[in-house]
Design a protein around this ligand. Structure first.
Ligand code: GDP
Length: 237
């Protein structure tokens, strides 16, 4: 079991980001319960391998390398080894699937925007993304991670075009939200909202999170829990 950030926040999440709507306490609780479930690595899809069977609703995490994706997955699940697994050499360029309690598949998509990436590597990454994003019936939501210190960068544009082309609902998540001052965070939120307004598939709600302080983590768990399969009823003791 890991150290769940929601344990600190409780139902009311005092660490909620400024300007963020406060979710229903019942949804926060549903998110806490879901993300307290066992989470295990089930599959790593490479350019040549098949995608795993579509068994569970999926939420995918994507962003520039170094955006804080591994840290966020750790913070959501409270399990350090998951994201470390995705960081193992050889696994960073594949799509890693994690089964959360048999109710939701967390999908860790390979980061982009490496300065050193060759044209061949970029082409391989794009093909892998297209294979996954197009026609994945179980993909319920993509979380596009944006560093709250930088906002949307040129490197994010190809990814946003891919998401638009897949006509997939996606949501911007501002990472490392402990770093900027509140006014700077609000300004980045506004600029990201303005940029996303031009992309039809983008979900209007922007969440700010910090893997370090736990800010926004309960709210993101709650948002993602909406896509999970309903928990089986508890057996009477
Ligand atoms: P990835 O490449 O997208 O998986 O990014 P990582 O999770 O490895 O994080 C990249 C760097 O950002 C590391 O040095 C992390 O310690 C740092 N980082 C990640 N999340 C946070 C956060 O919420 N707050 C702060 N201050 N730093 C973070």
């Amino acid at each position: 079991m890991g150290d769940h950030a929601s344990g600190r926040g409780g139902l009311s999440d005092p660490a909620a980001a400024p300007g963020a709507p406060s979710p229903d306490p019942a949804l926060i609780e549903a998110g806490r319960v879901l993300f307290a479930q066992e989470c295990r690595f089930v599959f790593g899809a490479t350019g040549s391998s098949a995608m795993p069977a579509e068994t569970l609703p999926e939420v995918a995490f994507i962003g520039r390398s170094n955006v804080g994706k591994s840290s966020l997955i750790n913070a959501l699940t409270g399990r350090r080894e998951l994201a470390r697994m995705s960081k193992t050499p050889g696994r960073t360029r594949q799509i890693n699937f994690f089964d959360l309690g048999g109710r939701l598949m967390l999908v860790d998509l390979p980061g982009y925007g490496y300065a050193a990436a060759s044209k061949t590597e970029i082409a391989q990454w794009t093909r892998l993304m297209q294979r996954y994003l197009q026609g994945r019936a179980t993909l319920a939501r993509a979380c596009l991670l944006i560093d709250s210190r930088h906002g949307i960068l040129a490197a994010d544009e190809p990814m946003m075009r891919l998401l638009d082309a897949a006509a997939l609902g996606y949501q911007a998540i501002l990472t490392k939200a402990d770093k900027p001052r509140p006014a700077a965070l609000a300004a980045v939120r506004d600029s990201v909202a303005a940029a996303l307004a031009k992309h039809g598939a983008a979900h209007p709600e922007i969440l700010a999170v910090s893997a370090q302080s736990g800010l926004g983590i309960p709210a993101l768990r709650a948002a993602l829990a909406a896509f999970a399969e309903v928990a089986p009823p508890r057996r009477p003791r």
